[in-house]
Design a protein around this ligand. Structure first.
Ligand code: FMN
Length: 177
């Protein structure tokens, strides 16, 4: 049973997952087709007096196109060590070429408050309403080290900030190690 949580509960689990195999960012394309993509960069915090989940998506991703037209996204975090193959698949294949959720056998179910669905098999979910999008460019970087290390092909990230309207978790699944 997935119970509603406060946005800041289980942030340690989220951080471990981001730093490990990643988590699933789920968004609809302009035709309403669902595209899950693995992300390793993201953060939660308070901005504009509300809880916000921020993700960074490079221009080359199909998810980037989806985020330009979508009104929401969900972030879906597996239990520790679970869904490793699915994370790798969704982090190496593009939704331009195939239906990744179907190929992985992931179960998509309606979210509680946003149009983007969630992935049932995950343990922790954040439903986010997009508040702002900001495209990074070379001139934004104060650090040439970061610029050179991460953007040698000029594939700059778009920063997308979504208000966390609700978050919920299966506490039993989160305890599985
Ligand atoms: C562990 C992991 C973490 C990743 N994190 C990000 C990320 O934070 N931002 C990003 O743009 N791409 C990230 N990627 C790469 C995308 O998931 C990958 O390019 C994916 O195939 C894009 O799918 P799409 O074209 O369907 O959007 C990550 C990949 C892996 C395996």
């Amino acid at each position: 049973m997935k119970e509603e949580i406060t946005w800041s509960d289980h942030v340690d689990h989220l951080k471990r997952a981001l730093a490990g195999g990643g988590v699933f960012l789920v968004v609809l394309d302009k035709n309403g087709r669902v595209n899950p993509m693995t992300i390793g960069w993201g953060e939660v915090g308070i901005i504009w007096s509300r809880p916000v989940f921020t993700v960074l998506v490079r221009r080359s991703r199909y998810t980037y196109d989806c985020l330009l037209t979508a009104d929401s996204f969900t972030v879906n975090v597996p239990s520790t060590g679970q869904l490793k193959e699915e994370l790798l698949f969704c982090g190496t294949k593009s939704g331009r070429d195939l239906d990744k959720a179907a190929a992985c056998g992931l179960t998509l179910i309606a979210a509680r408050e946003v149009s983007s669905p969630i992935i049932e098999e995950c343990a922790l979910h954040y439903e986010c309403l997009i508040l702002a999008r900001k495209q990074l460019k070379a001139g934004d970087f104060a650090s040439t080290e970061v610029l050179e290390q991460y953007y040698d092909t000029a594939d700059y990230h778009m920063i997308v900030m979504g208000e966390i309207l609700t978050a919920y978790a299966d506490e039993d699944l989160l305890r599985i190690k």
